[in-house]
Design a protein around this ligand. Structure first.
Ligand code: GLV
Ligand code: MN
Ligand code: MN
Length: 405
């Protein structure tokens, strides 16, 4: 599995770093590679209209609902090779381990490799998983990437049919759960010297596109008190953001991308455009933080004599992992003599989009130095081996709820 992750990690849209955005040429090559892994593992493979690679392994009881396993194969810019891909390669490896042991599951398992979890190319995240759960807003098809290509156009160029997306929704009666293996992307397991942890919940998240409109002017002639500098207003916004998020319990707020369109060294910025990503463990905290940010924004607007506009581009409520799936993972850890550590996730995951369809569970793998969304992201082969064994053992002991005694 580690070799496969190295090979997948080499598929990039950029020469010197790993960047694999949704519906890009690198995404197409990644789909072909994952398809091959799934076929080698004996799965029946299809690629759905959202570009999700779906590999099905039938169970011995054709009437049993199926279990979904998976994660995403898109990346951020300058990514590490484990975020998302570990959950896909790990699911396949766990099924291969069961096959090598001659173990057959009563229920069918479907491995899903989603093409858009990160939401980096288009200001929509979780496209593949939302489609599976029937939760994609049809308006998402009109959103555009930085080159002005709409999601619908990009799907067509990729050979996919955007009109088929609504038909991808699974019926709740056909699916009894979703399990995802993922790198922790934080420092908690390493600090506690543990290879694995059971996720309790995923933080609520919202993303926005902000635009500040000020007034251009000559950088040498307009006195400071007469300026309507869009960037200066944005700088005050960033300071206010930091104060507000720091004061709220476990909330985080990030401006990850910011530009002065058509800026020049000797021109007062007329425009400042930036993204905002806000997260908190509870929906109420997130709503309160966003409310305070928008109040601060109104005050900055008045103070600088600028106009501040914003659009919400993403919203995902806090998502609880199902207690019975947490228990199933904890039981497998206990059977292997591993301590059971429970922890929440600050990062977003495909499970958030799947949760309206079926109960979800997640297993985290220790992340070296807590570093993620960066080329230095790393897990050890030893931890990966334990993770695959725990996932395989969980699958072997899992019972679809209706067949539970
Ligand atoms: C996904 O990695 C996210 O949490 O933004
Ligand atoms: Mn990520
Ligand atoms: Mn991820």
């Amino acid at each position: 599995m580690m070799r496969r992750l190295d090979e997948l990690g080499a598929i990039s849209d950029q020469r010197d770093s790993l960047t694999r955005l949704y519906l890009s040429p690198a995404h197409a090559r990644a789909i072909a590679m994952v398809r091959g892994w799934m076929q080698d593992a004996g799965l029946t493979v299809t690629v759905d209209a959202a570009g999700t690679v779906c590999g099905l392994l039938p169970g011995t009881d054709p009437r049993a609902p199926r279990l979904l396993l998976g994660s995403h194969i898109d990346t951020v810019r300058g990514a590490g090779k484990y975020d998302g891909c570990l959950g896909v390669a790990g699911a396949i490896a766990a099924l291969e381990l069961l096959r090598a042991r001659g173990a057959r599951l009563s229920y069918a398992v479907e491995v899903l490799a989603f093409g858009d979890e990160e939401g980096v190319r288009f200001p929509v995240a979780l496209t593949g998983s939302r489609c599976i759960a029937g939760g994609l807003d049809p308006a998402a098809l009109d959103v555009r990437d930085a080159d002005g290509t709409s999601l619908a156009q990009a799907l067509r160029v990729f050979g996919l049919d955007p009109d088929s997306l609504p038909g991808l929704a699974r019926r709740p009666a056909d699916v009894f759960g979703y399990l995802e293996l993922h790198i922790e992307q934080g420092p908690v397991l390493e600090a506690e010297n543990l290879p694995l942890g059971v996720v309790t919940s995923i933080a609520a998240a919202a993303r926005f596109a902000f635009d500040i409109e000020g007034q251009a002017g000559h950088a040498g002639t307009v006195p400071m008190h007469l300026r309507h500098d869009a960037f200066a207003a944005g700088a005050d916004f960033a300071v206010a953001l930091r104060r507000i998020a720091t004061a709220a319990e476990f909330a985080v707020a990030t401006i990850g991308r910011a530009t002065v369109p058509d800026g020049a060294v000797n021109v007062i910025p007329a425009h400042f455009a930036f993204t905002l990503d806000v997260r908190a463990p509870h929906d109420a905290t997130l709503a309160a933080v966003i409310g305070q940010i928008l109040e601060a924004s109104a005050a900055i607007e008045a103070a600088h004599g600028v106009r501040i506009e914003h659009r919400r581009t993403h919203h995902a409520p806090a998502t609880a992992c199902a207690p019975w799936l947490q228990q199933a993972l904890a039981d497998a850890l206990a059977r292997a003599g591993q301590p059971v550590k429970y922890l929440p996730s600050g990062a977003g995951h495909d499970g958030m989009a799947i949760a309206p369809l079926c109960p979800i569970g997640m297993l985290f793998v220790r992340c070296r130095g807590g570093i993620s969304h960066h080329p230095d992201e790393h897990i050890s082969a030893e931890d990966a081996k334990i993770a695959i064994e725990i996932l395989a053992d969980t699958l072997q002991h899992l019972k679809p709820p209706e067949t539970q005694a």
